[in-house]
Design a protein around this ligand. Structure first.
Ligand SMILES: Nc1ncnc2c1ncn2[C@@H]1O[C@H](COP(=O)(O)OP(=O)(O)OP(=O)(O)O)[C@@H](O)[C@H]1O
Length: 289
């Protein structure tokens, strides 16, 4: 079975020495014929994964973070080629949600077991996401992270703190199959997986293959509540907070004035117009985990 490893050399903060050699050493060549390619530019993984799917490869393995995973996965939706992940990014949200080991050697050994399941994806203004999409504070952080000179958890934390004090919660009109919501929100996230990455859980009970998306609305809160809220994100208890509401839905239409960006899997996107339309694509992607 042919499998293609796509390594993003820019993802994460740790330099992994001899990554190509390590893959060649640990992958089970009795079953797999591996090919290993380094991506050369943003979007390259999408093109290479698409070619592999057209040539009926068994799997394409994203070696990187959620941005690389997204580029590979969006080319594999509704194909017979499975997504695999060797986590090497800053957040690794999808890998963590699938319980893929963060240790590179162990992640390759897991690939060798070749356990495959189908997962859902989301579409936000026609762009696929597999972990989370968002239009509130998280989108602003996605934008700041992209502009930052460094990557990694430290950069996420410092950008979040920097932007937190100046962020103005926006007013949203939200339409789902359950009706209309008019609300001000600090954070408006649509979760397919439960976390953003780094075990920061926005929807602790999200399921990757329930055919549903979790609409997470965190309403504005007082400054003294910031620390307890931060702790609740990290202890999988944010759903218990009185400012948070989480509902499972199939589709979400969001309208908001004064907003120019959203994010998919942490990657910032320009929002043209004031609308974000989100829907679910149930069980559309094969994953090895
Ligand atoms: N050769 C390359 N040069 C520059 N950018 C690249 C290259 N290959 C891929 N990219 C881009 O790098 C971006 C960041 O990669 P990725 O998301 O994998 O890492 P990360 O941001 O450190 O981790 P995470 O998303 O888990 O926080 C992606 O948007 C991808 O398009």
């Amino acid at each position: 079975m042919k499998i293609l490893f796509l390594i993003n050399p820019t993802s994460g903060t740790k330099t992994v020495n001899h990554l190509k050699e390590k893959i060649e050493e640990v992958v089970n060549t009795d079953f797999f014929t591996p090919e290993i390619v380094y991506t050369e530019y943003r979007g390259h993984a999408e093109v290479l994964a698409q070619n592999a799917a057209n040539e009926n490869y068994h799997a394409v393995i994203a070696v990187g973070g959620d941005g690389t995973v997204n580029e590979v996965a969006r080319s594999l939706v509704h194909t017979d080629t499975a997504l695999g992940i060797i986590p090497k990014g800053s957040g690794n949200g999808l890998a963590r949600s699938l319980n893929i080991p963060l240790d590179i050697e162990k992640a390759i050994q897991r690939l060798n077991e070749n356990k495959i399941d189908l997962i859902d994806a989301g579409l936000a203004n026609e762009k696929h996401f597999f972990c989370t999409a968002g239009i509130g504070f998280d989108a602003e952080i996605g934008k700041a992270f992209e502009m930052a000179d460094s990557r990694g958890l430290k950069t996420y934390v410092s950008e979040s703190i920097k932007h937190f004090f100046s962020y103005e919660p926006k007013h949203y009109t939200i339409l789902t199959e359950n009706g209309k919501i008019e609300t001000k929100a600090f954070l408006l996230t649509i979760a397919n997986a439960g976390q953003y990455g780094n075990d920061f859980y926005v929807s602790p009970h999200a399921k990757l293959s329930d055919g549903l998306l979790d609409l997470c609305i965190l309403k504005p809160f007082a400054l003294f509540e910031t620390l307890p809220i931060g702790i609740q994100f990290l202890t999988k208890t944010i759903d218990k907070n009185k400012h948070m509401s989480i509902t499972k839905v199939h589709s979400i239409d969001i309208e908001c004035d004064n907003i120019d960006c959203y994010h998919i899997d942490g990657e910032f996107q320009e929002l043209s117009g004031n609308q974000l339309r989100v829907s679910t694509l149930p069980k559309c992607l094969k994953v090895i985990h």
